[in-house]
Design a protein. Structure first.
Length: 205
């Protein structure tokens, strides 16, 4: 089945495939045997409300946080494309789906320009922060912290007790922020595997 799918995708111009699997999943060794190489790992962090440390580091005076509107979608798409590398970048079609299904989307604005955004979803058992992005030129000023605090506060108002989020093992800055805000990394991890569909192209080690 995989060989057929890969052939069809190659014929359509797809250059590589990415799979996200837990190391315990039955599919993981099969994928490794068929040329999928480890590209990264995903960690899950969660916070139980009531365990949060006191917030700190105020926003710059020229930055404000507000709820996103439909008029912001184009700017949010542009920011997402600038903030994430493949395969984590959302194409416009997926951004539209995220916008429609989100519990809440917040934006950080400076001089009438969107310099950050965050979105979350509601599940029966918890809230999940789906996206958090800050323009490269606006990082290290507390904007990501403020956006995350805003999402956690809005999710807490629903009565949820647990909020989670995911990040790559290579994203040290994000992990540091989450720990500072009281998030704890859960045991276990998810493996991100990649396979090039172009013969002769180097694989990820």
């Amino acid at each position: 089945m995989f060989a057929d799918v890969e052939a069809r995708l190659t014929a359509q111009g797809v250059r590589e495939l990415w799979c996200v699997v837990r190391s315990s999943d039955w599919l993981s060794p099969y994928l490794s045997d068929h040329g999928y190489a480890l590209a990264d790992r995903l960690f899950t962090y969660e916070i139980r409300l009531g365990e949060r440390p006191r917030q700190w580091k105020n926003l710059p005076s020229d930055v404000s946080i507000r709820q996103a509107t439909a008029d912001d979608l184009e700017a949010i798409c542009a920011l997402d494309a600038l903030s994430f590398d493949a395969p984590w970048r959302y194409p416009p079609a997926l951004m539209h789906v995220m916008f429609e299904r989100a519990f809440e989307i917040s934006v950080a604005e400076r001089a009438s320009q969107i310099v950050g955004y965050a979105s979350s979803k509601l599940h029966p058992w918890n809230g999940h922060v789906v996206r958090l992005a800050v323009h490269p030129s606006a990082r290290r000023h507390g904007i990501g912290r403020a956006l995350l605090n805003d999402q956690v506060s809005r999710l807490a108002q629903t009565g949820l007790r647990v909020i989670s989020l995911n990040t790559q093992s290579s994203n040290w800055a994000a992990q540091q922020l989450y720990r500072q805000l009281g998030f704890r990394r859960l045991s276990g991890e998810v493996r991100v595997l990649r396979k090039s569909l172009i013969q002769g192209e180097d694989e990820v080690a």
